[in-house]
Design a protein around this ligand. Structure first.
Ligand code: TYM
Length: 329
C-alpha cells in the first residue's frame, strides 16, 4: 500500500477546484493507500490577518473533509498546528533549500505581486519549506494535488534529494498525482485564471456550500466566446473547455466525447451546472449534519492527530540522527 499525503488550507470555503482537483482523489484513494490528510492552518497564517477566524475555519474544513467522504476509520485527518514536528522540520527544510530556489516559485511571485503595497510576510516566501516538511514527515510516496501544486512537489523532491545526499538516505521521494480531469478548474468568469479563493469576486467560483439556485446562476453566466461552436480547445476556447472539463470530471466521459454531443452553449452550461449540483447536494447535507456536533468532530481530529504525530515524530527523530544533532536525554 503506498503512503499517501495531501493537505488543504483552511482559508474560506471549499470550492469546486479543490474538490475536483484534489478531494475527489483523496476519497477514491483512501482504500488503496495508507492515507494522511492535513488541514494546514499554519500555511494559512502567511496571509491571514484577523484574529479568531482560523480555528472556526479549521473545524468547518474538518467537517467538509468528512462530508466529501473521508472515512475517519481509514483516513488520518489531522491539524498541522497540533503537530509541532511540522514547524521543527520546516526549519531544517529552510536550511536545505536555497534563496534562489524559493525566489523562482511562481506562487510566491504571483501572490506577492497581488499584495502590491500590502504586507508580504517572510512566511509567504519560505512557504515551500513548510510544505516540504508536511510531505517528507509522512514518508509520502504519492501526493494527490491539483496542477497548481506541481512546482511545490518538485521543490520538495529537490530538497529531499539534497538532504539525502548531504546526510544519508533519510527521506522518501514523493511524486505528485493529478486527476485525469479537473486538475485545473478555471474561474467561470475568467477562464484563463484558476478557480481560487483569492479571486477578486465570487461570481466565477462554485463553493460546495452554494445553494442550487446560486450554482445554476453562476453556470448560466459563465464566460464563453462568440463563435458559437462547441469544441475542446483550452487555448482558443478556454471558457468552453473549462465547462467540458468540469462536466467530464463529474461524469467520467472525456471532454472530447462530450464536445461532440453539444451544438449550443446553453445546454452545455445547464448540464455542467446540473452535474455539479448532483455531486455537491449530498455533501452539503452531510456537512450540516456534521457541523451540528462539533464535539464529535473534535474527537475525530484528536484521533487523527495522535496517529499523525506518531509517524511525524519518528521521521523527525530520523532526520535529527542523520544530521547528527546531540540526542536529547
Ligand atoms: P490549497 O489549499 O490552495 O488547495 C487544496 C487542493 O486543491 C487543489 N486546487 C485546485 N485543483 C484544481 N483546480 C483548481 N482551481 C484548484 N484550486 C486548488 C490544490 O492543487 C490542492 O491540491 N500549498 C497547498 C497546501 C499544502 C499541501 C501540503 C498540499 C500545504 N502542504 C502538502 C499537498 C501536500 C495549497 O495551498 O492548497
Amino acid at each position: 500500500m503506498p503512503r499517501v499525503l495531501s493537505c488543504i488550507q483552511p482559508t474560506g470555503s471549499v470550492h469546486l477546484g479543490n474538490y475536483l482537483g484534489a478531494l475527489i482523489n483523496w476519497v477514491s484513494g483512501q482504500h488503496e493507500g495508507d492515507v494522511y490528510h492535513g488541514i494546514v492552518d499554519l500555511h494559512a497564517l502567511t496571509i491571514t490577518e484577523s484574529p479568531g477566524i482560523l480555528g472556526k475555519q479549521t473545524l468547518e474544513l474538518a467537517a467538509m473533509l468528512f462530508a466529501v467522504g473521508l472515512d475517519p476509520d481509514v483516513a488520518t485527518v489531522f491539524v498541522q498546528s497540533h503537530i509541532h514536528e511540522h514547524t521543527e522540520l520546516a526549519w531544517i527544510m529552510e536550511c536545505t533549500v536555497s534563496f534562489g530556489e524559493l525566489s523562482r516559485m511562481t506562487q510566491f511571485k504571483e501572490k506577492s505581486a497581488k499584495r502590491e503595497t500590502d504586507f508580504v510576510s517572510a512566511g509567504l516566501f519560505t512557504y515551500p519549506a513548510l510544505q516540504a516538511a508536511d510531505i517528507l514527515l509522512y514518508d509520502a510516496q504519492e501526493v494527490p494535488v491539483g496542477d497548481d501544486q506541481r512546482q511545490h512537489i518538485e521543490i520538495t523532491r529537490d530538497i529531499a534529494v539534497r538532504f539525502n545526499h548531504r546526510f544519508g538516505d533519510t527521506f522518501v521521494l514523493p511524486k505528485a498525482v493529478h486527476p485525469k480531469a479537473g486538475a485545473r478548474v478555471m474561474d467561470l468568469q475568467d477562464p484563463t485564471s484558476k478557480m481560487s479563493k483569492s479571486s477578486v469576486t465570487d461570481n466565477g467560483l462554485i463553493y460546495l456550500l452554494d445553494d442550487n439556485a446560486t450554482i445554476e446562476k453562476k453556470f448560466k453566466r459563465a464566460v464563453t466566446d462568440s463563435d458559437g461552436v462547441v469544441s475542446y480547445d483550452r487555448e482558443s476556447k478556454p471558457g468552453i473547455a473549462n465547462l467540458l472539463d468540469i462536466l467530464s470530471a463529474c461524469t467520467g466521459t472525456t471532454a472530447e466525447q462530450l464536445a461532440d454531443k453539444y451544438s449550443q452553449y446553453g445546454p452545455l452550461k445547464n448540464d455542467a451546472g446540473q452535474a455539479v449540483i448532483a455531486l455537491v447536494e449530498p455533501i452539503r447535507t452531510r456537512f450540516h449534519e456534521l457541523m451540528a456536533d462539533p464535539g464529535e468532530l473534535s474527537r475525530l481530529l484528536i484521533i487523527g492527530n495522535d496517529r499523525a504525530r506518531e509517524v511525524a515524530a519518528s521521521t523527525l527523530s530520523r532526520a535529527h540522527k542523520a544530521i547528527g544533532l546531540l540526542p536529547r536525554i
